[in-house]
Design a protein around this ligand. Structure first.
Ligand SMILES: Cc1cc2nc3c(=O)[nH]c(=O)nc-3n(C[C@H](O)[C@H](O)[C@H](O)COP(=O)(O)OP(=O)(O)OC[C@H]3O[C@@H](n4cnc5c(N)ncnc54)[C@H](O)[C@@H]3O)c2cc1C
Length: 366
């Protein structure tokens, strides 16, 4: 694609931000529009585990993106820290799954994929993670799994983009529809007027389907609410991520521990609820009994962009020249972001793609 292109990106979550970051050096101008502040929706609300929660339960299309990203994250974090002084804090702790019902499938998947997943004697887990609750009998462990401090990741991406002379970030600028001439998409209509571009990228997370419906397209991306709570503990209290019965604890470097998460189909309502608070607190105490004496310092909800099988839509929209999607990352948008946005840039710029793009193509799926 010619360098003198203007790209308009709708949505400034991790996907829109990283798409802009990957395109900026290759195109003339990038305009990133967000109806609130950038990075304040799902990409802020997530836990930041740099792995799908149960990687073996996903389609190979998700696995391919996850593995590419996992290898790339430390490098991305170093670059962002160097460019912005803001550290996304990629914290490699490993992850223990406790009393998993599909342990055999997990181990078989890991063997096929060459991932370092192994069974661990529960007494060894108790030694490695002394704060873990009693009553677990089996564990598997994957070394090398990290978590990223996602609120800082989006902050550092925003700062990196703000330093780029050919990137414009417009916050509090709601996109209301598309400027269309026949089969050509020429830009977007916003509350503040038109924003024209040669290419328009829809990266509006859970809201992407709503926007695309104005073109008569049905994108099966729906909001899936997730609630989390946060504790502040001593930095060395919890040394690894632990997961049991669908609930997990994530230690940050400074002693914050996140407990997540709920999975709720409540439309676009993201009000935190008392019942989820109680349930998350109970999970926290089951995983780490020492938290019984602590009170959460925060409780919030976010809306994941749910999609069939969690396979994101990455690529051009057939029938509409100049319209592209990068959305629908469901529970894995933080781990999948580096690969998804690199692949997206490959496709838009006509480069050799890092991985086979066909499973993510919108064509035939919307
Ligand atoms: C509780 C919870 C835990 C999670 N844990 C993890 C995890 O551990 N690991 C992981 O990989 N993923 C996790 N996720 C999932 C991850 O957060 C999402 O997949 C990811 O953030 C999606 O990024 P996004 O940029 O597509 O969406 P978002 O971050 O939601 O960004 C979309 C942006 O589009 C903007 N927008 C919407 N409509 C418009 C409009 N009309 N005009 C202009 N702007 C608009 C919004 O304001 C928003 O900023 C979790 C999510 C939740 C909720």
């Amino acid at each position: 694609m010619a360098k003198q292109q203007r790209v308009v990106i709708v949505g400034g979550g991790v996907i829109g931000l990283l798409t802009a970051f990957n395109l900026a050096a290759q195109v003339e101008h990038v305009v990133l529009l967000d109806r609130s502040g950038v990075g304040q929706e799902s990409s802020w609300a997530g836990g930041g585990i740099v792995s799908p929660l149960y990687p073996w339960r996903y389609n190979t299309a998700v696995t391919a993106l996850a593995h590419w990203s996992q290898d790339f994250y430390p490098q991305l974090a170093r670059r962002l820290l160097a460019e912005t002084g803001l550290d996304p804090e990629v914290h490699t702790t490993g992850l223990y799954w406790l009393d998993l019902e599909d342990e055999a499938q997990a181990l078989a998947w890991a063997k096929r994929q060459g991932r370092p997943l192994s069974t661990v004697d529960i007494s060894d887990v108790e030694r490695a993670v002394p704060v873990l609750g009693a009553g677990y009998s089996r564990a598997i462990y994957m070394a090398g799994v990290a978590n990223v401090r996602n609120p800082r990741l989006v902050k550092s991406l925003r700062a990196a983009l703000q330093a780029m002379p050919n990137v414009t970030i417009e916050e509090h600028c709601e996109v209301e529809g598309f400027i269309r001439k026949g089969e050509h998409i020429l830009g977007v209509k916003t509350a503040q007027g038109e924003r024209r571009g040669d290419q328009v990228v829809l990266a509006a997370g859970a809201w992407s389907g709503e926007l695309l419906s104005s073109l008569g397209l049905e994108l099966p991306v729906e909001p899936v609410k997730g609630q989390m709570i946060l504790y502040k503990c001593a930095p060395d209290l919890l040394s690894s991520m632990v997961l049991a019965k669908g609930r997990y604890a994530i230690p940050r470097r400074d002693g914050h521990i996140l407990i997540g998460s709920t999975l709720e189909y409540e439309g676009f309502d993201k009000t935190p609820t008392q019942s989820a608070l109680e349930s998350l607190k109970a999970s926290a105490v089951e995983l780490i009994p020492a938290l019984a004496d602590a009170q959460p310092v925060a409780h919030w909800a976010g809306l994941r962009p749910g999609s069939p099988e969690g396979i994101p839509y990455i690529g051009r929209v057939a029938g509409f020249e100049g319209l592209w999607l990068n959305c629908g990352h469901y529970r894995n948008g933080l781990v999948l972001a580096p690969a998804s946005c690199h692949l997206f840039a490959d496709l838009l710029l006509g480069r050799e793609p890092i991985i086979d793009p066909r499973p993510y193509a919108p064509q035939g799926r919307i």
